[in-house]
Every structure is written in structure tokens, then in C-alpha cells.
Design a protein around this ligand. Structure first.
Ligand code: SAH
Length: 223
């Protein structure tokens, strides 16, 4: 096998045992959705971080991805995906904050289509390459400020936001389909993961648990 192939499969760096331990840990922490657990089992998380950090990729911990951003810990990725799926199968999903693309990769295996928005151009370009490399094809990307969503393809059955605004952006609420679900961290110093469910013109908010995300910023940047 070529060195590249070794790297892709994580051979010699992260044993199958390490990956299995991560799954056990997620189960212990309360993740029960088998589709989500299976997606995490299959997805080579080490490809989404810098090579120097690859040996830590299967720990249940957040990791830096450059540009002052972080890849969430697997527990949070799993929890958010599970919450999003709580109302049944999903067709069109918008994601705000592509980052490394790891959360995108997990989501892409459990929903039909993803519309993913990221404000930092080089992060999104790298995510595209990795997702293509691991054969994930049901994602389209937009380089833009996700505070405004992606109205062209809305309304969405679900919206997943992976950076924290002080309040849920109005535009995102308006792009949620009736009955749709949004999972979003909200707050500044004190953040909580929220589940928002749309019922006609009404939005039902449920506070899930305390979290720590990077802020949802304004404007898109090229570098
Ligand atoms: N889900 C990502 C990590 C998220 S870090 C992963 O799995 O790697 C949060 C991401 O949200 C960063 O990439 C950051 O640039 C992006 N972000 C912050 N504000 C944004 C905005 N207004 N629009 C789009 N993306 C934004």
C-alpha cells in the first residue's frame, strides 16, 4: 500500500481499537442514534485536522483547524446531529460554519442533501477537497456570511449552525420549513445549545445543554 493510502486509512497512527473506544464513549455519554454512531465509526476524522494533530483525532476533544477556529468534539457533533434527526428523516439541510467539514461529513451520511455556508474561504476550500476524497457528494458549498442563510434553496427541513450568535438570526428562522428543526449554540460568555422547532409562524425553543463554540461573526473573508 502506498504511504498516502496508509495515511488515509489511519494505519499505524490510530488503531481500530482507539476508534472503537470513541464509539463506546459516545454511547456512554448518551448518544443512541445508530445512524449517527455508524457515520462516526466510518469517518476518518484525522483527515480533517493538520497532520501534526492526527494522532489526537479519535479523542473526544475539540481540535484547532487554523484561522482561530476549532473542530468540535465528537460528542457535540454526534449530539447536534442526533437532535437534528429527532423529528424523522431529513431531505434538505442547511449548515452554517463548514469549518473543517467534519460535521458536514457526519451529517451528509444521515440526510439527503446539504447546503453548507462558510465565511472563511480557505477553510471551505480545504473542506471541499477532503469531502471529495472520502467520496461525499451530496453537499454544495457557498462562501458567504451565514447570518443571511442561503435563501435560494430554502426553506430547509433542518438548519445546523456550528458557531454561536448572541441571538438566533432572523433570516435563519425564516428559511426553516414548517415543522423544521434548527440546532444552534446561542449566547456570548454563557452559551447553550438550543433546539428550535417551527410550527407555522411560531418557534418553539428548547435549551439542551451548556456548550462552548466560537462566535458567529459577520461578513465573508477571502483569506
Ligand atoms: N463545524 C466545523 C467547525 C466549526 S468552527 C467542523 O466540523 O470543523 C465554526 C465555523 O463557523 C468556522 O469555520 C467559522 O469560520 C464559521 N463561521 C463563523 N461565523 C460564520 C458566518 N457568519 N457564516 C458562515 N460561517 C461562519
Amino acid at each position: 500500500m502506498a504511504r498516502d493510502e496508509h495515511y488515509k486509512n489511519g494505519i499505524g497512527m490510530t488503531s481500530q481499537r482507539t476508534r472503537e473506544r470513541l464509539l463506546e464513549r459516545l454511547f456512554e455519554e448518551g448518544i443512541r442514534n445508530l445512524h449517527v454512531l455508524e457515520a462516526i465509526r466510518r469517518t476518518p476524522r484525522h483527515l480533517f485536522v493538520d497532520e501534526a494533530l492526527a494522532h489526537r483525532a479519535y479523542e473526544d476533544t475539540a481540535l484547532p483547524i487554523g484561522h482561530n477556529q476549532t473542530l468540535s468534539q465528537p460528542y457535540i457533533v454526534a449530539r447536534m446531529t442526533e437532535l437534528l434527526l429527532g423529528g424523522g428523516p431529513l431531505d434538505k439541510v442547511m449548515e452554517v460554519g463548514t469549518g473543517s467539514g467534519y460535521q458536514t461529513a457526519i451529517l451528509a451520511q444521515v440526510v439527503e442533501r446539504i447546503f453548507s455556508v462558510e465565511r472563511i474561504y480557505p477553510l471551505q476550500e480545504r473542506a471541499k477537497v477532503v469531502l471529495k476524497d472520502i467520496n461525499i457528494r451530496n453537499v454544495v458549498f457557498r462562501h458567504a456570511d451565514g447570518n443571511w442563510g442561503w435563501p435560494q434553496y430554502g426553506p430547509y427541513d433542518a438548519i445546523l449552525v456550528t458557531a454561536a450568535p448572541a441571538e438566533v438570526p432572523r433570516e435563519l428562522l425564516s428559511q426553516l420549513a414548517d415543522g423544521g428543526r434548527m440546532v444552534i449554540p446561542v449566547g456570548e460568555q454563557d452559551q447553550h445549545l438550543m433546539l428550535v422547532v417551527r410550527n407555522g409562524e411560531e418557534f418553539i425553543y428548547q435549551q439542551v445543554e451548556p456548550v462552548r463554540f466560537v462566535p458567529l461573526l459577520a461578513g465573508a473573508i477571502r483569506s
